[in-house]
Write a protein that binds this ligand. Structure first.
Ligand SMILES: *[C@@H]1O[C@H](CO)[C@@H](O)[C@H](O)[C@H]1NC(C)=O
Ligand SMILES: *[C@@H]1O[C@H](CO)[C@@H](O)[C@H](O)[C@H]1NC(C)=O
Ligand SMILES: *[C@@H]1O[C@H](CO)[C@@H](O)[C@H](O)[C@H]1NC(C)=O
Length: 296
């Protein structure tokens, strides 16, 4: 049976509301404007980070922060977006973007972004000098120019390459693998940053393991079957563990060549890195609808 709302229910509700609202100082007015400067990439096929995908969430979050939280303490949060392009190059224009904002009279109390580690590291050179904080989103590759610990005026969210590198290294150690060959796609910013940090991490934490492992650089979009064959053959004399820091389509090509060479009979280990399906990494799947689906 459904219970009807009685007058006493309403009275309780009203009392609760009155108690709650008595804690809110309705006389608060805005006493401070906080400006968050968003410096975020506009991604492409090869660059995963994209403001387009996060703009709506950012807008909702800022509105929520202003309407529900910050007004109580008299703060108004404002954001300014700057498009910082769509590459992850070590040589970038982050300082110019930050200076441009300053020249136009925009004071940035905090910087949010960028996605690329190298861009965040460049931005840091400027923001540290003015004492401003960077909320890296995710600035996953930070730690390339200097150890991560040197960037103490920067916080990061979510996944980082440092964590991914640690997971890979832990896996290798737990399995007691004695040497690895790491295939790195230097033309894909995600894998380039991941393999750079993996190499740094291995060199600094385990010099011995690093000295017997090998990092092989490839351009997976151009690589031929013959080249893959050479890489697998020459390296398998020394190491049976291959870490494939390359997009999914290239992982499939590597595995097919490995199968043709008889390298998939249980003597070798292949580790592909793909966090979830995306246009940057592709889709981990044996099936592409070509005549090699069965072999895959
Ligand atoms: C918010 O930022 C924009 C762009 O910089 C600026 O035009 C606007 O005046 C700012 N609003 C407040 C309340 O500071
Ligand atoms: C790795 O080596 C240690 C020490 O010899 C051993 O206890 C462990 O079981 C080995 N792990 C695997 C996965 O073989
Ligand atoms: C990945 O593959 C699945 C199944 O083939 C498909 O439904 C999905 O759209 C693909 N995702 C991407 C990002 O390509």
């Amino acid at each position: 049976m459904r219970r009807k709302w009685s007058l006493s229910h309403f009275s309780v509700l009203l009392q609760s509301l009155l108690i709650m609202t008595s804690f809110i100082d309705w006389s608060n007015t805005v006493t401070a404007n906080l400006n968050a400067c968003l410096l975020v990439e506009r991604g492409t096929q090869n660059l995963f980070y994209s403001f387009e995908r996060s703009a709506a969430a950012v807008e909702l979050a800022v509105q929520y922060a202003n309407d529900v939280i910050l007004y109580r303490v008299g703060i108004s949060l404002n954001t300014t977006y700057t498009d910082i392009g769509s590459t992850c190059e070590a040589r970038n224009h982050l300082v110019a973007h930050a200076m441009g904002l300053r020249d136009r009279g925009t004071i940035c109390d905090v910087y949010i972004g960028p996605g690329c580690g190298s861009a965040a590291e460049s931005l840091y050179d400027y923001t540290r000098s003015i004492g401003a904080f960077i909320i890296g989103s995710p600035a996953a590759g930070v730690g390339i120019s200097a150890p991560r610990e040197k960037y103490n005026y920067m916080g990061r969210i979510s996944i980082t390459h440092q964590n991914n590198a640690n997971i890979i290294l832990q896996f290798l150690h737990q399995q007691n693998y004695s040497a690895s060959t790491i295939i790195c796609d230097l033309y894909n910013s995600f894998y380039k940053q991941l393999s750079t940090l993996l190499e740094n991490q291995m060199r600094t934490t385990d010099q011995k393991y690093y000295s017997i492992s090998k990092f092989v650089q490839v351009d997976s979009s151009q690589i031929t079957t013959r080249a893959i064959e050479t890489i697998l053959k020459t390296n398998s004399a020394r190491s049976r563990v291959f870490i494939l820091c390359i997009p999914s389509a290239a992982v499939r090509s590597f595995m097919l060549v490995a199968s043709d060479l008889g390298f998939t009979a249980g003597e070798h280990v292949y580790l592909g890195v793909n966090l979830f399906p995306s246009t940057t990494w592709g889709n981990f799947s044996y099936s592409t609808g070509d005549d090699r689906d069965d072999a895959s």
